[in-house]
Design a protein around this ligand. Structure first.
Ligand code: SF4
Ligand code: SF4
Length: 75
């Protein structure tokens, strides 16, 4: 997975960090917002909804979906 931040749009307002349940671990707002430690991210997309600039895209990658599908089939 990946959290894509459009640096052209980001105003460093910090709303993504405030909205994220794991904001203190994941988000760093310095010059621009940056998301790290993504193993703590549970893809709730609250950060993307909270961003007034629409600068955040939460990308759930194909590999993860494949893994989930395999798990579901085995259940
Ligand atoms: S998707 Fe949810 S947990 Fe992940 S960074 Fe955004 S708000 Fe935080
Ligand atoms: S909410 Fe959007 S504009 Fe504000 S710091 Fe986060 S990414 Fe940047």
């Amino acid at each position: 997975m990946k959290i894509d931040i459009d640096k052209e749009k980001c105003t460093s307002c910090g709303k993504c960090k405030e909205a994220c349940p794991k904001g203190a671990i994941i988000w760093k707002i310095n010059d621009k917002a940056k998301a790290g430690n993504l193993r703590y991210c549970h893809l709730c997309t609250l950060c993307a909804s909270a961003c007034p600039e629409g600068a955040i895209t939460v990308i759930r990658d194909v590999t993860d979906e494949k893994k989930e599908n395999i798990t579901e089939k085995n259940e």
